[in-house]
Design a protein around this ligand. Structure first.
Ligand code: PSV
Ligand code: MN
Length: 399
């Protein structure tokens, strides 16, 4: 008999979440950066840290990369892939960087200057080629493009420039690659962002071609927006390509997944399980990724906390009794239908998660295991010494 616990266990067997390389390095807000002695300095460090997270959690085999930060020299791609494999992980999504070069002041693919648009489009195509070389499936696009003042540029002309660039990029994809289009309402553009919401990302992905899908970053919505409805619609249109998970209280806060509103993440996962249940248990191919860079929390600990929270919420959402729920829905029994979700959300999945970890020879408590492993102290010592040798800042408290 299929019990809720078996469903949760089965869900864990098929749940993998990608950690971001940029989550292991020192990052800050626009007001400052607090350096951590154990923060990764370079790509090999980031891969080692990602390897530690995967070793302890068993569900993060791939690492998202940002090309400018991780592959300043594309000719080193094979070396980086080899380093990843030494640490037991693989290179995951490739994120082109379309926001840091001086040329991008007025935008990348929507820039009024044709030469800059060509430069940005070429960078996307080069990133697609890098993805092919590394056997990585997803090329994930996020654009800071937009304007700060009414009248600064033609909103429609910018849309047309986007259409042109994304169509062009799509032509370079191999059949097994996917082009993810991420949206964000504001920041850094504060009047108008070219891809500001899921509708714009959806339209742009449709225009680009059949291998383009929408990426939902949970931090990229206005307050009170119903994200699970967006997810349900994208699923129904076969246009949901992936997630960037994080939590937020105000804007794109990069807080730990589930730290503010775990029920929202549960409801998102529920939409996915419900969709798959209607299809006899066949799940759509979705890239689950974390997009958090912690300025205050220890980075590896925060990543482990995030991953284990994601597993718990994914497992809980798998326990919803869909059969009962659709019956209650049809009968208009609102409270009973709602309680199907509440019951699963409040279910204790610690036993199932423990069984799953045991079956994979993983530590019962990954965070605890990390803390007693001595990893953090060992890398902190070595990285502080290396930072000093390289003349890099280690922050005032370590001077
Ligand atoms: C932008 O806020 C974003 O969510 C994009 O996904 C970027 O690639 C990432 O953050 C950089 O941290
Ligand atoms: Mn993101």
């Amino acid at each position: 008999m299929t019990t809720p616990e078996t469903l949760a266990f089965q869900a864990l067997e098929n749940f993998f979440i990608e950690t971001p390389s940029w989550g292991y390095a020192d990052t800050g807000t626009r007001f400052g950066k607090f350096h951590q002695p154990a923060a990764a300095i370079d790509m090999p460090d980031k891969l080692a840290d990602a390897g530690q997270v995967h070793r302890l959690t068993g569900c993060c085999p791939t690492v998202a990369t940002h090309v400018l930060w991780d592959f300043p020299d594309f000719s080193k791609a094979a070396e980086i892939a080899a380093a990843a494999s030494r640490h037991g992980v693989r290179i995951g999504s490739i994120n082109p960087n379309l926001f840091q070069h001086q040329e991008y002041k007025l935008g990348s693919v929507a820039n009024p200057d044709e030469a800059i648009r060509a430069m940005a489009t070429k960078h996307i195509c080069d990133s697609i080629a890098l993805g092919k070389e590394l056997h990585s499936r997803a090329v994930s696009l996020w654009f800071a493009d937009g304007t700060n003042y009414p009248g600064q540029d033609s909103i429609r002309a910018r849309k047309h420039r986007f259409e042109y660039a994304l169509r062009e990029a799509h032509q370079h994809l191999d059949p097994d690659q996917v082009l993810l289009v991420e949206y964000k309402p504001f920041e850094p553009a504060f009047y108008q962002t070219d891809l500001a919401d899921w509708g714009m990302a959806y339209m742009m992905a449709k225009i680009a071609g059949p291998q383009a899908k929408v990426l939902v970053d949970t931090g990229h919505h206005y307050l009170s927006q119903n994200i699970e409805q967006i997810v349900a619609w994208l699923l129904d249109e076969n246009m949901l390509g992936g997630f960037h998970f994080n939590d937020r209280r105000y804007a794109d806060d990069d807080l730990t997944l589930g730290s503010i509103d775990p029920y929202q993440i549960f409801r998102i996962f529920h939409e996915i399980h419900f969709y798959a249940w209607e299809r006899g248990g066949v799940y759509p191919k979705i890239e689950y990724m974390i997009d958090q860079s912690h300025n205050l929390k220890p980075k590896i600990e925060a990543m482990i906390q995030t991953v284990t929270t994601a597993q718990e919420l994914y497992a809980k959402a798998a326990m919803v009794d869909h059969e009962a729920m659709v019956r209650y829905q049809a009968e208009g029994r609102i409270i009973d239908a709602e309680m199907c979700l509440k019951k699963a959300f409040h279910a204790d999945v610690s036993g199932v998660v423990a069984d799953w970890r045991k079956s994979h020879d993983l530590p019962a408590d990954p965070l605890d295991a990390h803390r007693i492993s001595g990893y953090e102290a060992a890398v902190a010592k070595e990285r502080v010494e290396r930072r000093m040798a390289l003349g890099l800042s280690i922050g005032s408290s370590y001077a």
